[in-house]
Design a protein around this ligand. Structure first.
Ligand SMILES: [Zn+2]
Length: 376
């Protein structure tokens, strides 16, 4: 075994790899983690899903009777944005207890924390249910890496899932799903001075947009995730002012809650909009929800409270996570979203993660592993 890792130092190492997505070249960063995890005694599998696009699955322990505890996090980050940074986004600068960098909160600190927790306990996990680490690429563009892992059947199994996305170490019970649709209307082009010779696709799109504003889901609000929502985020149609447009496109962003089947919803909207509109899914990620009375979830709340001395009510995330793919792929194990990053810092200029939260997350994850594996 190599020297025990320090999670802040490991976060700084991960920040030095530029993994902005797109294009999201996670390979070098994943290979760096693979060497570290192998050094700590875990079995590691790298999984390519495109040009320099890489996922990593690492396991340790496993006794056949009880499934492992799975931790997941992604290595890709969003772009830097247009505003200038005060701190170098790749240097891992530390100031006033904060570690700065693109991906510090979302979510290289979370990955580093569970990698360090699992590595530090690896030698003790032989013969226990063990741990699986699922480290993905391509999350920011719609869980592409996780979907590739599920498709290629390399996930293995898991009895519970910890998603180390930024929650400032507060355990969250779930998040809404996302169904993003592209709606296309078609017409026949003609000179703008003779519109009677054409069929105007923009008029069809305008009627569809008006219909969408009145769309009702007919569903009781979820007690914690609330109501589903629908927003028309974009409308594009026509090429020039003096032609009848023969094509228009509408971008529809639907956020769903448990009980709303995405296929049925899509067919419902298609029927509601009628034959003038073609619908195509762009992102299709289901909601994630764990009943807070689930015994493991309750034990997570207790573990977090013991480490942080804070007990939060039942809370949910505003964003979606890889759990939309992984939880169903693992047949619905209890899932908690719990990580050291600052939720308000995700995707921001001068993104940072609090150092004390990184150390606290390592301690929480270590206790979750010890408990799961019957060592505490
Ligand atoms: Zn994230």
């Amino acid at each position: 075994m190599t020297t025990p890792l320090d999670a802040v130092a490991l976060t700084r190492e991960l920040l030095a790899f530029e993994t902005i997505n797109p294009p999201g070249h996670e390979q070098a960063c994943a290979e760096h983690l693979a060497r570290s995890l192998e050094g700590a005694g875990l079995s590691v599998r790298l999984h390519a899903f495109g040009d320099r696009r890489t996922n990593l699955v690492a396991t340790v322990g496993g006794n056949g009777d009880r499934l492992p505890l799975c931790f997941t996090g992604h290595l890709d980050t969003v772009p830097l944005g247009a505003a200038p940074w005060r701190f170098d986004p790749f240097a891992g600068e530390i100031a006033e207890g904060r570690l700065y960098g693109r991906g510090s909160s979302d979510m290289k600190a979370g990955v580093a924390a569970f990698v360090v927790a699992a590595s530090s306990l690896a030698e003790r996990l032989t013969g226990t249910p063990g741990v699986a680490l699922v480290i993905t690429g391509g999350e920011e563009t719609g869980c592409d890496g996780a979907a590739a892992l599920a498709r290629d059947d390399v996930l293995g199994r898991a009895g519970a899932l910890v998603v180390a996305e930024p929650t400032a170490n507060a355990p969250l019970a779930g998040h809404k799903g996302a169904l993003w649709l592209k709606a296309v209307t078609r017409g026949v082009t003609a000179h703008g001075s003779m519109p009677e010779l054409g069929v105007n696709a923009v008029y069809k799109a305008a009627r569809a947009v008006s219909r969408l504003e009145d769309f009702g889901f007919n569903l009781e609000p979820h007690p914690h995730l609330g109501k589903p929502t629908l927003n028309v985020g974009s409308v594009h149609g026509g090429l020039n002012i003096n032609s009848v447009p023969d094509r228009a496109e509408i971008g529809i962003d639907i956020r769903t809650v448990p009980g709303l089947d995405h296929d049925r919803l899509r067919h419902g909207i298609a029927g509601y909009l009628g034959d003038d509109v073609e619908l195509e899914p762009l992102v299709d990620l289901g909601p994630v929800w764990t009943d807070p009375r689930d015994p493991w979830f309750e034990s997570v709340l207790n573990t977090v409270a013991a480490v942080t001395a804070e007990r939060t009510g039942i809370r949910t995330a505003a964003y979606f996570t890889d759990a939309s793919v992984l939880t169903p792929a693992y047949d619905g194990p209890p899932t908690v979203i719990l990580g050291p990053g600052e939720p308000t810092m995700a995707h921001q200029t001068d993104e940072y993660c609090r150092i004390d939260h990184i150390e606290q997350a390592v301690e929480i994850y270590r206790r979750l592993i010890l408990r799961w594996c019957g060592l505490a």
